[in-house]
Design a binder for this molecule. Structure first.
Ligand SMILES: Cc1ncc(COP(=O)(O)O)c(C=O)c1O
Length: 439
């Protein structure tokens, strides 16, 4: 039978979960494995308690007369919640012209991302940061039927965007009509300065681009950093899609609740058509999850929310600084501290990795399995390392190459709440790096 699978499927990469299949297989081979899940940014899985005020709001809504939260909601999202999103945007950007008709909810922000790239005209491209969050780069690449077009984030400049590289890409690729910014950044933990965003807006203006600003981590900044509002910086100059959601700033990623805000003015008619296309597309999904959307205003405006958020950021700051300190003591790694979100991406120093390095694996069958993966052709060297790390220590990290990174390394989270466990995990990790490099 002739194949009927889309030929671009190999462009859909999500290493954050692909490594889970490897761990599951190892556990089947040897049930003694105990994994440390550093692959995914799930605060609940890492021991962050769901605040009682959130649970109380959910309970109240579940028991509301009429059972409304069990039904369908408006295709673009619960109207009161969309109005709240508009008011919220004005609290931080008083000049915001956002209209609730241009706020669109989806079941998780991942779904917004998929829809955005699906609605792009064939041949038009959105330039991605590298390293990047793979849902963006993979969906863009899938829709384009071509590898992602990327601008580098510069590890020598605290992971800030390399704007000279961005401009050189734009000059050479006239098909680019939009650019993606992820701030605070996954996977690097960087937070962009106001001046950086100002320069990005100027570049977008110069090349006639719109900006997608993924701000799912906007409430998570620490080490003295603040999240700068791109809507305020932009002042309507270029069209903007702001992406936000419930998954990260309150421990409730299972809510599957994210949204897009289309910020534009009368002069941006092409962008108005694009927003209309997204809204048409969304009708076909009927609606997204009703319960989390319904409680969203009450949750973020709850008198206890600010305090919860403050404690969360303090905890993330302590963990990020401790982990960065331990990792930086490895002579094989280059480590930049995180100032936002909950990730760190240490890089291997130049020339440190080769394709003959190994770590001991006790179980002979597990060893055979990892060797079969490690010997697959064209395997990136950092991915090879994460396979051995997993089988030797049980630490599940994601290779930087799975984030389309031009630099070899790996991403870990800064979410573990237990200081002693954190110390043990990262001490073991740097020991494994040393042993692997010397093998
Ligand atoms: C930058 C970024 N955008 C979007 C998402 C997707 O979030 P959601 O859980 O709402 O699908 C994530 C999840 O990790 C993310 O890191």
């Amino acid at each position: 039978m002739a194949s009927f699978t889309h030929t671009s499927v190999p462009r859909l990469k999500y290493g954050i979960r692909e490594i889970v299949d490897v761990a599951v297989k190892l556990k089947e081979i040897d049930p003694a494995y105990n994994f440390v899940w550093e692959n995914i940014g799930d605060p609940v899985a890492k021991g962050w308690p769901v605040p009682q005020f959130l649970k109380n709001i959910v309970k109240e809504k579940i028991d509301c007369p009429g059972d409304a939260v069990f039904g369908y909601s408006h295709s673009r999202g619960v109207i009161n919640t969309r109005k709240w999103v508009v008011d919220y945007a004005k609290r931080f950007s008083p000049s915001s012209k956002l209209d609730c008709e241009n706020v669109v909810f989806t079941s998780g922000l991942g779904s917004s991302i998929a829809i955005l790239y699906q609605m792009m005209k064939p041949g038009k491209r959105i330039i991605q940061p590298a390293p990047a969050y793979p849902t963006h780069s993979s969906f863009e690449s899938f829709s384009a039927g071509a590898p992602p077009l990327a601008y580098n984030l510069d590890p020598k400049d605290n992971w800030q965007p390399d704007l000279a590289h961005l401009e050189s890409q734009l000059k050479n690729q006239p098909e680019i009509c939009g650019l993606l910014v992820i701030n605070p950044n996954n996977p690097t933990g960087a937070v962009y300065e106001t001046e950086t965003l100002e320069k990005i807006v100027k570049i977008a203006e110069k090349y006639g681009l719109f900006i997608i600003s993924d701000e799912v981590y906007f409430r998570m900044t620490y080490n003295g950093r603040q999240h700068a509002q791109i809507t305020e910086i932009n002042q309507g100059r270029v069209p903007l899609v702001i992406l936000r959601g419930l998954s990260k700033d309150i421990p409730w990623p299972g809510a599957r609740c994210g949204w897009m805000e289309f910020h534009y003015g009368l002069k941006h008619s092409d962008f108005a058509d694009f927003a209309a296309a997204v809204k048409q597309r969304i009708l076909l999904e009927v609606c997204s999850t009703t319960l989390p959307q319904t409680i969203l205003p009450e949750l973020y405006d709850h008198p206890e929310f600010e305090n919860w958020n403050k404690q969360y950021n303090q905890g993330l700051e302590t963990a990020a600084n401790q982990i960065a300190g331990i990792l930086a003591s490895s002579p094989s790694l280059e480590v930049l501290g995180a100032n936002g979100a909950f990730y760190l991406m240490p890089l291997f120093k130049e020339g440190v990795l080769n394709n003959r390095q190994t770590l001991p694996i006790k179980n002979p069958e597990a060893k055979k399995y990892i060797e079969s993966l490690a010997n697959s052709p064209a395997l990136p060297l950092d991915k090879r390392f994460t396979y051995y790390l997993l089988a030797n220590t049980g630490i599940v990290a994601v290779p930087a190459s799975d984030f389309y990174s031009p630099f070899p390394g790996f991403r870990v989270t800064t979410l573990d709440r237990d200081q002693t466990r954190r110390e043990n995990t990262y001490a073991r990790l740097i020991e494994a790096v040393a042993q692997y490099v010397q093998s």
